[in-house]
Ligand binder design. Structure first.
Ligand code: MG
Length: 373
């Protein structure tokens, strides 16, 4: 980043938070965003991330990312970017830690299958809207209020970190300033997520022997270039060491590209209010980092996400979710009492969706074996 460039004037001031739904006294030594971060870390939905698939199902290797370790990587990258830009690191960290808590079991296969089931009832499943329901209602930890009672900015970031929406599109989110962009801290999350998963999935796929360095180098010229530099500097390095060195250099280039791209885009923006009203999001990669990230994503899509090894797990887990959905539609009394009770006020398909979405991979599989098989 060019020396002296800082976006500190665009840092969201914690003193101007719109606050919590249920007012609370300030904490003696933690800011409101630090408290939110701590509440997220202590939430059950956060701990369940440990047994939710990122891309590769557990059991084959102990080294693949799960959704919890992925979340920690996103949080570390996002916090680094926020710090370098002079933005609020605590708000960024809270948003990064919460960004995937709405994910159902079995990664995108689970999300697609739940959405497919919900569409039969003219409804949808969206993991960001689901995350909001978790922090607003399903977490029951405090005597004084339901949910985690997070600040407005963290709740807004949950629903807006990866997309913008209008009040017509999502009327239930009307309080979250539809039509306005979220603060930069929230805008960073989606790109830090992309930086983290594109490089981590490459690493996991290499460890799973799904891809070779030659494969990556053909699709991603920058990978081949850096590989050559590493091999020249360290002729005795093993293949695995070379691969890791290349990946860590690419992470650095993409994260640096996010810092520089955002600094450039937001340099002439005068205030948080202007960030909110700008036509485009201002968090962005430099063109070189964007191209690198897009090439990695394209390669992973073709060679990893669509591979037979990943597809087998995907089809099996989608079938489990479909079976359980059907089962509870036919036998609502088989739901746990707390959920069965909700079905009196909320449509049954929504209750089933909430129940299944909360499950870890392991719990869903165990339930399927008990109930269906
Ligand atoms: Mg993520």
């Amino acid at each position: 980043m060019p020396a002296g460039v800082t976006l500190a004037h665009l840092r969201f001031p914690v003193s101007e938070s719109r606050g919590r739904r249920y007012p609370e006294l300030p904490h003696p030594y933690r800011s409101e965003f630090q408290r939110d971060r701590d509440r997220i870390v202590h939430a059950r939905a956060f701990r369940r991330l440990e047994d939710k698939t990122q891309v590769f199902a557990g059991g084959i290797s102990d080294h693949f990312r799960n959704r919890l370790t992925h979340t920690i990587e996103v949080s570390q990258m996002a916090r680094t970017v926020a710090g370098a830009l002079g933005l609020d690191e605590d708000l960024t960290e809270a948003l990064a830690l919460v960004h995937d808590v709405g994910h159902p079991p079995f990664a995108h296969a689970g999300e697609e299958e739940l959405d497919r089931q919900m569409k039969r009832f003219g409804d949808r499943f969206d993991h960001n809207v689901h995350a909001l329901r978790i922090v607003e209602r399903f977490e029951q930890r405090y005597a004084a209020f339901p949910g985690l009672n997070l600040t407005f900015e963290v709740r807004e970031g949950i629903v807006k970190h990866s997309r913008d929406f209008t009040s017509e599109e999502l009327p239930e989110l009307a309080e979250y300033l539809p039509g306005l962009k979220p603060p930069l801290e929230a805008q960073l999350i989606d790109l830090a997520d992309e930086a983290a998963y594109n490089t981590a999935d490459l690493d996991d796929a290499f460890r799973a022997s799904l891809i070779t360095m030659e494969d990556v180098g053909c699709a991603v010229p920058r990978f081949a270039q850096v590989r050559e530099e590493i091999e020249t500097s360290y002729p005795a390095a093993s293949e695995r060491e070379v691969f890791q060195e290349v990946v860590r250099r690419l992470i650095d280039e993409i994260v640096t590209g996010l810092i520089e791209g955002t600094a450039g885009a937001a340099r002439d923006v005068g205030s948080v209010e202007e960030v909110r009203r700008s036509a485009e999001r201002l968090a962005r990669f430099t063109p070189a980092a964007a191209a690198l990230s897009a090439q990695l994503k394209g390669f992973l899509k073709e060679r990893v996400y669509a591979s037979a090894a990943v597809a087998v797990d995907r089809d099996r887990s989608a079938a489990w979710i479909g079976d359980l959905f059907e089962h509870y539609l036919a036998h609502p009394d088989a739901l746990p009492p707390a959920f069965a009770e909700q079905a009196r006020d909320i449509p049954l398909h929504r209750v089933i969706c909430d129940y299944l979405a909360a499950m870890t991979d392991g719990y869903l599989e165990r339930t399927w074996r008990q109930v269906i098989r």
